[in-house]
Design a protein around this ligand. Structure first.
Ligand SMILES: CC(C)(COP(=O)(O)OP(=O)(O)OC[C@H]1O[C@@H](n2cnc3c(N)ncnc32)[C@H](O)[C@@H]1OP(=O)(O)O)[C@@H](O)C(=O)NCCC(=O)NCCS
Length: 334
């Protein structure tokens, strides 16, 4: 748990998002695998998602999102001193997508690195940026959550291919006069890592013709186990950060949970007792965009006029690792 030291006001001053143009509907996927729009909608709440074009990589989605966030914050790329990209689908294993993005933004002297925490990546990266700024190691940070999971899902496996979509969200993080992040709660359970993994392509199982033939470069998931994990941590992580910050569910104006499955969100909302009109849901339009899901949902809520200065925003993510993480933010605007 990281709690903001008294007098430390650090916040999001700019938020930007980008999704690929191509819309893939449930009916489109029903052409590829034995599924139906009805099954996908009732089991997940997803109606459609975006898939990147063949030539589009993560940095192509991250760049427009980052530019929009910088514009909103009124910050030049050249004045960034920290760039973190949370992703499990970088352009390549190395160099980091963050370094490529920093170069494209003209952030010449910025520290830049990728962070792997699955769908919780954006929460982890926000906490890192917060800690670096609070500790005096950085002043202006860019945090990106982005994934192109369409490139690593098996389009013949109906139990995974219907769930995911592509996108990127970016946030400028810097000191503000008041408000901002009140604290973070992060955790990981590597013992459950096997339930959501991409087995090959690392140093354990380097790429060979065999690993490709066995489909080990695709997402493998034990859906039921992940479902149980997700419903548990979405509730426990939120309760723990609320307790630590001395707040109750009644204080939450806007709740932005990771957008994996509307049934998981409904379960958390019922257990936590958050009124439905405070809950942000856009999984129907984007599917599970992994580390982009929370910034995409937050940006939608802002665009719809649902987030006002001073509002208390609770965000919770969970995903591969297995990982989880929450933050509470008093919303600030430039
Ligand atoms: C994947 C998930 C939607 C499956 O829903 P479920 O209600 O648990 O479904 P089950 O796994 O019990 O499968 C039920 C049946 O539907 C079938 N099924 C699975 N995917 C299907 C699809 N796309 N279309 C039609 N049928 C499908 C299964 O084969 C199974 O058939 P069977 O009973 O004949 O074996 C659900 O487990 C889930 O959301 N898990 C969490 C996934 C997640 O969020 N991952 C990312 C976390 S960041």
């Amino acid at each position: 748990m990281i709690a903001a030291p008294n007098g430390t006001a650090i916040s999001i001053t700019g938020l930007g998002c980008h999704v690929p143009e191509r819309v893939v509907t449930n009916d489109d996927l029903a052409q590829l695998v034995d599924t139906s729009d009805e099954w996908i909608r009732t089991r997940t709440g997803i109606r459609e998602r975006r898939f990147a074009a063949q030539e589009e990589a993560l940095s192509d989605l991250a760049l427009p999102a980052a530019r929009a966030a910088l514009r909103q914050a009124g910050v030049e790329g050249s004045s960034l001193d920290l760039v973190i990209v949370a992703t499990v689908t970088p352009d390549m294993v190395f160099p980091s997508t963050a370094a490529l993005l920093a170069d494209q933004l003209g952030a010449r002297d910025a520290a830049a690195y990728d962070l792997s925490a699955g769908c919780t990546g954006f929460m982890y990266a926000l906490a890192q940026a917060f800690g670096m700024i609070a500790g005096g190691l950085a002043e202006k940070a860019l945090v990106v959550g982005g994934d192109v999971l369409s490139k690593v899902i098996d389009l013949t496996d109906r139990s995974t291919c219907v769930l995911f979509g592509d996108g990127a969200g970016a946030a400028v993080i810097e000191r503000v006069e008041d408000g901002g992040f009140l604290g973070f709660e992060l955790g990981a359970d590597g013992a459950g890592g096997v339930d959501l993994s991409l087995p090959a392509g690392g140093s354990r199982r380097p790429a060979t013709a065999d690993t490709v033939a066995r489909g080990e470069h695709y997402v493998h998931m034990n859906g039921r186990q992940v479902f149980k994990f997700a419903t548990r941590v979405l509730v426990s992580s939120a309760q723990s950060i609320l307790d630590r910050c001395g707040l109750s569910v009644d204080d939450v104006d806007v709740y932005v949970p990771h957008q994996a499955n509307v049934r998981i969100i409904d379960h958390a909302v019922a257990k936590l007792g958050i009124p439905e009109d405070r809950v942000v849901v856009n999984v129907d339009r984007y599917g599970n965009t992994s580390s982009a899901s929370i910034p995409l949902a937050l940006a939608d809520a802002v665009a719809e006029g649902r987030v006002h200065r001073g509002d208390t925003v609770l965000m919770t993510g969970m995903g591969a690792g297995l990982t989880w993480g929450s933050t509470i933010l008093r919303w600030t605007e430039r």
